[in-house]
Design a protein around this ligand. Structure first.
Ligand SMILES: Cc1cc2nc3c(=O)[nH]c(=O)nc-3n(C[C@H](O)[C@H](O)[C@H](O)COP(=O)(O)OP(=O)(O)OC[C@H]3O[C@@H](n4cnc5c(N)ncnc54)[C@H](O)[C@@H]3O)c2cc1C
Length: 325
């Protein structure tokens, strides 16, 4: 079997490496960044992560990393709040811990990891978002960890043109992660303490908590999909394949799922077209809903429709169907 060459050692790249090795191929992956590091991410994982990690043989390691469990979802639109129980527990784990787990496992199982940009042609592109932002409507994400009262609810606060998620991660920490337009964030001088203080319920939630790290910023964020026009021979996985609004909390699971698929397909020399069909079947409907919900958010409909939207319903609409694939 030929060597599988992978660009990126994040979640998608490491999953690709592990799956290719499982399928019997030697692996080399390139990534110029130091892993692990803190990344801007909501760090919320829906229950679909369970079967995806089990198939890679990583479930026990994931549980040993001590993820927080969440059993409720709470949506706060302006001054209206609605809450539902989750049908199954969801998880919270920092990127610092999850990325380390995935990359270390790839290396432990035999992947050669080179800390450089990829030098030439590869089989798998798992290099994350690489899309250039155009126009004035640029979005940015931010995040920091806090210590203080933990909760078993994932909370999403929607206000003005921002939303901010709060959920527990490992070891009693909570992640506070948000997104907003560049113009909106400029009004606060990109000062996220001031921004979070303007929403009364969010300010109340954060009052007994202490920030444990500097705020991080990422962006500009561009939603883009290369799934539907992909006739490429190389395999694209994770955010390199598509990036949709992260409020659904499925980006990490889909990165690991698509990474695992491409690793196996590349090792077995299977056609890329077959891979893209499998991925479309798994996530196309979910992504259509995400697009609609994002458009509704831009028109501020959630603020007006808030009392009519059961959080469990919103949550169910945005779940991918990955189990049987
Ligand atoms: C604000 C925000 C909140 C989010 N919240 C959530 C959430 O709560 N839950 C969830 O599931 N998802 C969330 N996501 C999405 C999630 O972060 C991504 O879907 C996930 O990180 C994708 O993983 P990846 O491996 O594809 O890319 P990445 O994690 O970006 O990894 C890509 C890797 O490729 C490397 N690389 C880049 N260029 C090259 C190159 N030329 N050669 C080699 N290597 C290269 C990079 O250094 C990096 O290590 C959020 C995203 C944002 C922006």
């Amino acid at each position: 079997m030929g060597r599988v060459r992978i660009a990126g050692a994040g979640l998608a790249g490491s999953a690709a490496a592990i799956a290719a090795i499982k399928a019997g191929a030697p692996v080399c992956m390139w990534d110029p960044s130091r892993i692990p590091k803190h990344k801007v991410c909501g760090e919320f994982l829906t229950p679909e992560i369970g079967p995806v990690l089990r198939r890679l043989g990583l479930w026990e390691q994931f549980l040993a990393a001590n993820p927080a469990r969440m059993t409720r979802i709470r949506l706060i639109f302006g001054s209206n709040a609605a809450e539902s129980r989750l049908p199954e527990p969801a998880f919270g784990l920092s990127r610092f811990r999850l990325d380390a787990l995935m990359r270390d496992e790839a290396e432990r199982r035999g992947a050669e990891c080179i800390v450089e940009r990829v030098p030439g042609r590869v089989d798998v592109l798992a290099h994350g978002r690489q899309f250039a932002a155009t126009g004035n409507d640029r979005l940015f994400g931010f995040k920091a960890h806090f210590r203080g009262p933990a909760s078993d609810a994932v909370e999403l606060y929607f206000f003005d043109d921002f939303y901010v998620g709060v959920n527990s991660v490992e070891d009693g920490l909570s992640n506070v992660c948000g997104m907003g337009s560049e113009a909106g964030l400029r009004r606060f001088g990109f000062d996220y303490d001031s921004l979070t203080a303007t929403h009364p319920a969010l300010a109340e939630r954060l009052k007994p908590m202490r920030r444990t790290m500097e705020w991080l910023t990422t962006g500009p964020l561009v939603y883009q999909s290369r799934l539907h026009d992909s006739s490429a021979q190389e395999f694209l996985a994770g955010d390199a394949l598509q990036f949709v609004d992260p409020f659904t909390g499925t980006g990490m699971t889909i990165a690991i799922w698509t990474g695992a698929l491409v690793g196996q397909y590349a090792a077995e020399n299977r056609p890329a077209s077959e891979y893209y069909k499998t991925v479309r079947d798994g996530i196309a409907t979910q992504y259509q809903w995400c697009g609609l919900l994002r458009a509704a958010m831009q028109k501020r409909w959630p603020m007006r429709l808030a009392p009519l939207i059961p959080p469990a319903w919103l949550y169910a609409l945005t779940r991918p169907k990955l189990e049987s694939r």
